[in-house]
Design a protein around this ligand. Structure first.
Ligand code: NAD
Length: 502
């Protein structure tokens, strides 16, 4: 039977066609809407407001007023901490509802939506974590450097109005990684969710108001990158853009920021290597971990997935056999079915793109398994079979470009020196996985890799750990104290204590 998500749509009560500006829900000025098509069933799920420049102006003006003369930036630490912790608890209470809304948005299956890294629980923990910085991160008092007695103090002040732009693939966590530190620091926010993951984010915003956030401190404009994103990143009253998404849009944001020298944080794509050494404690488990991250859950549509497996020759065939075996157990279909563990690609454009890379891969390397679209009952969705290419040259297109689909490229290597060289031979630098039983080698190689995050025999997203990219994988870090500080400006104030300094 063809797949349908309509019964869930009816029971979930979607918030449709509305923006959230200055504490009020309302339609886009020009009344335009965008219809979201479900990636697994091809059905129209619902409409949300397609904002334009005038709506962005309204939202930025509301955030500006709330920053320049509103209560949030000047609120006492205890007030901010209270709102953020209350919100974290509300998120936990509504976790099941939010997970179901996400399944309607991006078709991430309920089974995967509960895995910590991308879960509502992780988002709640990020809010708790940043609430903890509110009364702990401040300035310093510093001694005089040269003649004359004076008191010098530094202050950390909120950076101002933040435009937070989200991708579609992990809306809970990425909403939290931006909104939590921005609000904790006392900034005000204009949020733009992805046009492919909007409904769950609107519900998250509704809960934030319920937690006690004052009007104007967070505003939401929904719609496309062109119609909403562009006016936001070029807006003179936006002080900072915090973006997670593709490298191409990241580059456009850097260009656009030059107009008013906006502060910019970028979390972009990757082509992260897993390096599997011959002495890996369990090659089969390493193959299952790497292949699982590229094929289960988000179906390879994850920034930090190890989509390039560099495997030492003595365990190369063992790795490929285990990786292929792993793909046999991946199930696709209705995201509400607890037995389904992977997703379709987010839209038809991405489906065509991934199938195009697969055709290139067939010319460049040896296809081990997959390599086609899934048909039959799944034909109306954007499903692609888990695909493994072996004997890939690291210079090949499929080893260099972010495919953002269920495609693993396996590259053989001979020794540690070659592994490090191949791992670093990419324009990206988001993450890496190492599989080895040799602790000294693990740290030696980790120090030489030009990437932001490394997992040695395993990896887990944590709310308090910095996360971000070297090279073209981004600018800045999310998570931890440095993420909070990235929403502040440092100010120095000096007071002479003797007449001769005046
Ligand atoms: P995308 O770049 O297409 O879109 C991201 C957001 O930018 C969307 O909200 C989109 O509407 C908006 N946008 C598009 N054009 C814009 C413009 N000109 N100005 C302003 N905003 C614009 O990315 P996507 O397909 O949603 O997400 C996939 C990408 O995100 C992948 O490259 C992935 O690696 C990356 N990603 C990175 C991380 C990380 O933490 N490093 C996490 C998740 C996803």
């Amino acid at each position: 039977m063809p797949l349908t998500v309509q019964p869930h749509r009816e029971s979930l009560g979607l918030k449709t066609g509305l923006l959230y500006v200055d504490g009020q829900w309302g339609p886009a000025r020009e009344g335009a809407t965008w219809t979201h098509r479900h990636p697994a069933s091809g059905e129209d799920v619902g409409e949300f407001a397609a904002a334009g420049r005038a709506d962005v102006d309204d939202a930025v003006a509301a955030a500006r007023r709330a920053f320049d003369s509103g209560e949030w930036p000047n609120s006492r630490a205890g007030v901010r901490i209270g709102v953020l912790h209350r919100y974290a608890n509300l998120l936990r209470e509504h976790a099941d509802e939010l997970r179901a809304l996400q399944a309607l948005d991006n078709s991430v299956p309920l089974s995967f939506g509960g895995i910590y890294a991308t879960s509502v629980g992780a988002a709640a923990d990020v809010f708790d974590h940043h609430a903890g910085w509110v009364d702990k991160v401040g300035g310093q008092t510093l001694p005089p450097y040269q003649g004359g007695d004076h008191l010098a103090a530094t202050f950390r002040e909120p950076i101002g109005v933040v435009a937070a732009i989200l991708p579609w693939n992990a809306p809970f966590l990425l909403f939290a990684q931006k909104v939590a530190p921005a609000l904790a620091a006392g900034c005000t926010v204009v949020l733009k969710p992805s046009e492919y993951a909007t409904f769950a984010v609107l519900r998250m915003v509704e809960l934030l108001a319920e937690a006690g956030l004052p009007a104007g401190a967070l505003n939401v404009v929904t719609g496309t990158g062109e119609a909403v994103g562009e006016p936001l990143i070029t807006h003179a009253d936006v002080d900072k853009v915090s973006f997670t998404g593709s490298r191409a849009v990241g580059k456009r944001i850097v260009e656009a920021s030059a107009g008013t020298l906006k502060r910019v944080s970028l979390e972009l794509g990757g082509k992260s290597p897993a390096i599997v050494f011959g002495d890996a404690p369990n090659v089969g488990l390493a193959a299952a971990t790497v292949t699982g991250a590229v094929t289960m859950g988000l179906s390879g549509q994850a920034c930090v997935a190890n989509t390039r497996a560099l495997v030492q020759r003595d365990v190369y065939e063992e790795f490929i056999a285990a990786a292929q075996g792993m793909t046999a157990g991946i199930t696709y279909g209705d995201p509400f079915d607890p037995g389904v563990i992977s997703s379709p690609l987010i839209n038809e454009r991405q489906l065509e793109r991934v199938l195009g890379y697969i055709e290139t891969g067939k010319r460049e390397a040896r296809l081990v398994c997959g390599g086609e679209r899934l048909e039959g009952d799944l034909a109306a969705g954007n499903f692609v079979a888990p695909t493994i290419f072996a004997d890939v040259d690291n210079a090949a297109t499929i080893a260099q470009e972010e495919i953002f689909g269920p495609v693993l490229a396996v590259v053989p290597f001979d020794d540690e020196e070659e592994a490090v060289r191949l791992a670093n031979d990419t324009e990206y630098g988001l993450g890496a996985g190492l599989f080895t039983a040799d602790v000294q080698r693990a740290f030696r190689v980790s120090r030489r890799l030009r990437v932001g995050t490394i997992g040695i025999n395993g990896f887990q997203v944590e709310p308090h750990l910095p996360f971000g990219g070297f090279k073209q994988s981004g600018l800045g870090r999310e998570g931890g104290r440095s993420a909070f500080e990235a929403y502040t400006e440092l100010k120095t104030v000096m007071l002479p204590l003797t007449e001769e300094m005046m």
